[in-house]
Design a protein around this ligand. Sequence first.
Ligand SMILES: Nc1nc2c(ncn2[C@@H]2O[C@H](COP(=O)(O)OP(=O)(O)OP(=O)(O)O)[C@@H](O)[C@H]2O)c(=O)[nH]1
Ligand SMILES: [Mg+2]
Length: 176
Amino acid sequence: MHTVKMVVTGPFNAGKTEFISAVSEIDVVSTERRITDATSRIKKETTVAMDFGRITVDDELVLYLFGTPGQKRFDFMWEILSEGMLGFVVLVDSVRPETFREARRILDVFRSYASTPYVVAANKQDMEDAWSPEDLRIALKVQPEVKLLPCVAKDKESVKGVLLELLYSILEMTPD
Ligand SMILES: Nc1nc2c(ncn2[C@@H]2O[C@H](COP(=O)(O)OP(=O)(O)OP(=O)(O)O)[C@@H](O)[C@H]2O)c(=O)[nH]1
Ligand SMILES: [Mg+2]
């Protein structure tokens, strides 16, 4: 049995908790707490430490998913959560261009932790104002060889698609 640790990161409100909840076969261990500052106008709860979920791919392979907090004040958790990861997903909130710069910063921070494969997921593609993956690639300056995938975190199949692409990239790096 092989286990693969993947980290799901991205800016505040990008959909990380939703993403892990959509595919996890166990109840997600989440650490959401009520927001008491000005960001509460965006949503009522935020991840303060981590989300944890698990998905069995087949008899041989189990994925462990760790979601990070998005708010900057909890970013001390990022490096801890990245320990031992084999790959990561950067979730982008495709409807909030004001968060794209932060998404790019997070991508660079996680790349500095480990030179593992990663994919960028353009989340909330079901929303009318969503930027297309192609436009996001330009805005975030994502290199052509990096996978930038459309995503709807509420949709299990969509999330599975993103995780499989990351898994393929990981398997390409580790022959046998
Ligand atoms: N329409 C739509 N809404 C989404 C999607 N993904 C997430 N959301 C919504 O976006 C909001 C934020 O989702 P969360 O999963 O809490 O975001 P997060 O990245 O975990 O946020 P923090 O932990 O606070 O950084 C919630 O209201 C979700 O229901 C999506 O693909 N489509
Ligand atoms: Mg969260």
